[in-house]
Design a protein around this ligand. Sequence first.
Ligand SMILES: NC(=O)c1ccc[n+]([C@@H]2O[C@H](COP(=O)([O-])OP(=O)(O)OC[C@H]3O[C@@H](n4cnc5c(N)ncnc54)[C@H](O)[C@@H]3O)[C@@H](O)[C@H]2O)c1
Length: 293
Amino acid sequence: MPAPSGLAASTTSAPEGASRSIRAAFDLSGKVAVVTGGAGLLGVQHAEAIAEAGGLVVLADIDADAARWHSKGVVTRTGGVVDAVELDVTRRASAEAALARVLDLHGRVDILVNNAASNPKVEDGGVTATRVETFEMQRWARDIEVGLTGAFVCSQVFGGHMAEGQGGAILNIASDLGIIAPDQRIYRREGLDESEQPVKPVTYSVVKGGLVMLTKYLATYWARAGVRVNALSPGGVYNEQPPDFVDKLTNLIPLGRMAERHEYKAAVVFLCSDAASYMTGSNLIIDGGRTCW
Ligand SMILES: NC(=O)c1ccc[n+]([C@@H]2O[C@H](COP(=O)([O-])OP(=O)(O)OC[C@H]3O[C@@H](n4cnc5c(N)ncnc54)[C@H](O)[C@@H]3O)[C@@H](O)[C@H]2O)c1
């Protein structure tokens, strides 16, 4: 049967690495990756994963000193080639400057991990600051700007470059809370009125839900240009949270625990490599089973 008109010429083919061996499919040697929010808790883990798979990785963060400091740690732990650049994901000029610097130093970009977020916390800004009725517009704008607009800006700049050239992979870091609404019961504090109970900020859900749809949109938009776009939705990671909070959260998770910070590394390599060559527009949920319930 002939292909629908206009589609045949731009059909993509499977990359060579994907058919050679499993080891070759996961190998990121020769690839250059940019991880936004690369100086954060998970950004460093994503960078380590890519470096361990042989890729050259650039930690891109608004906190350039922290990115440089962490890049040295990733080198020490992986023996890989790791670099750092300053990047404010909310500013297109900053993204363009970071792209120019990466191209200047390393000649190409194959992978973008949109990981930066302002990560609004339940405890930020006083007890009632998270309530919908009193949520400040300035805070709404800032959270959306970093977490969602920032991913779009970096996709425009880095993804646009990949689409013009050799193709590549974009990975958007969403969350289990991009799939389900937060269970606000786990954030409750004793002795407070209902109207004063802190809640997981609404912006977190909106940003993460938005990232899932940005993923699908860009996956279809750039499919024929050879840029795969997927999302990874992690569940909560142990990071010295109060024990009573951990108890309440783990009660909602079939595996009965939060994630260790290294438990997303294999998925990052999978989604960024030829091992996922036939995967685009997907959202890989790794949450200990939480969203099954
Ligand atoms: N930690 C978790 O439990 C968890 C769970 C699910 C999803 N996530 C998601 O994973 C990602 C990483 O989370 P994390 O816990 O490592 O966060 P983190 O707060 O430790 O790191 C975020 C990083 O983003 C950087 N950043 C902030 N604004 C920026 C900007 N304008 N431009 C560039 N960089 C900027 C910060 O400097 C920081 O290094 C986030 O998208 C988060 O929502 C985290």
